[in-house]
Design a protein. Structure first.
Length: 109
């Protein structure tokens, strides 16, 4: 019974990852804006598998899609996942916490 519940949780999680990847990565995109003003969203091309944020002189931000091979520049940070190059916010990990809670509840019922 425990194995079946664990398999169900992993199956649902796997499907959500599969479907999010099937529609293409989405990233915030802007050129030389202040961090909180970058709100444009783009769907990346098939060979671009990361979202990138580049800081220029500590004041301006450039956000875009990027290939993982190009994520070696010292001023550029790359991340995986839809819209992950947004400005960090408090409570951004709430989805992970909720998923973990549901998994624990299903395992110990």
């Amino acid at each position: 019974m425990l194995k079946m519940k664990l398999c169900t949780v992993l199956f649902v999680f796997g499907l959500s990852v599969l479907f999010s990847a099937a529609y293409g990565l989405r990233c915030f995109s802007c050129g030389m804006a202040e961090s909180d003003q970058c709100r444009d969203k783009v769907t990346c091309s098939t060979f671009q598998d990361r979202c990138a944020t580049t800081k220029v002189q500590g004041l301006f931000i450039q956000k875009s899609c990027m290939m993982s091979a190009a994520c070696i520049m010292p001023l550029t940070s790359c991340c995986e996942g839809d819209l992950c190059n947004d400005a960090p916010r408090v409570g951004q990990s709430v989805h992970l916490l909720l998923l973990l809670s549901v998994g624990i509840i299903l395992l110990f019922q």
